[in-house]
Design a protein around this ligand. Structure first.
Ligand code: GAR
Length: 217
């Protein structure tokens, strides 16, 4: 079995990267991480990658005169490693249209909300302020706008009456760690395919509805 070659881009602690590392540790998983790239020197996720024996590189955006040369350096490193699918995992830089176009339908992101609701920063605080009953997370193909693009997979996470942005973020993060490897698996096996601006997932069953607060509760 040839495994899909992943490049993972991080800026910080890298818990989603760790979830991908753990999934790829299973020899039956149809993808492998060939490069972890950080734009922040010393990003914690780099250590996790090194411990797992994965090649790492730092491309510090501060060392570049602008976004274009920075993004070109990212592409150069990813292509030198033979990356086939780029996974943004807490990568907190906006990417240029040139980069996004080059990697079109080979570039995915995870975001801690049920997109298209709450793109950008402070998602959990905004969701709590609106009194929503479900928060969640989304894995999607990347387009030029921030946190926009064809949706591959989402998890809905119930909001508790006494949630703070921190408690909600922690609950959503657990689901992020489940759906990011699953989205990669769907792409690697060819089950998830972009058609137009939507993703068709072959053979997907429909889960039961959940209600929050529960009916009659
Ligand atoms: C995750 O919650 C991810 O969804 C979010 O950053 C966090 C990174 O955590 N990404 C975005 O908000 C993208 N717009 P991690 O470094 O522990 O994976």
């Amino acid at each position: 079995m040839s495994r899909l070659r992943l490049g993972v881009l991080i800026s910080g602690r890298g818990t989603n990267l760790q979830a991908l590392i753990d999934a790829c540790a299973d020899p039956g998983f149809p993808a492998e991480i060939v490069l972890v790239l950080a734009n922040v020197p010393g990003a914690a996720g780099l250590d996790a990658a090194s411990r797992a024996g994965i090649a790492t590189a730092t491309v510090d955006h501060k060392a570049f005169s602008g976004r274009e040369p920075f993004d070109a350096a990212l592409t150069e490193a990813l292509e030198a490693a033979g990356v086939e699918l780029v996974c943004l995992a807490g990568f907190m830089r906006l990417l240029t249209p040139g980069f996004v176009g080059h990697w079109r339908d080979r570039l995915i992101n995870i975001h801690p909300s049920l997109l298209p609701a709450y793109p950008g920063l402070d998602t959990h605080a905004r969701a709590l302020a609106d009194g929503v009953r479900f928060a969640g997370c989304t894995v999607h193909f990347v387009r030029t706008e921030c946190d926009v693009g064809p949706i591959i997979l989402q998890a809905a996470v119930p909001v508790a009456a006494d949630d703070t942005p921190e408690t909600l973020a922690a609950r959503v993060l657990e689901s992020e760690h489940r759906i990011y490897p699953e989205a990669v698996r769907l792409i690697a096996t060819g089950q998830a395919k972009v058609t137009g601006e939507r993703v068709a997932v072959a053979g997907a069953a429909l889960p039961a509805a959940t209600v929050n607060p529960p009916l009659g509760g």
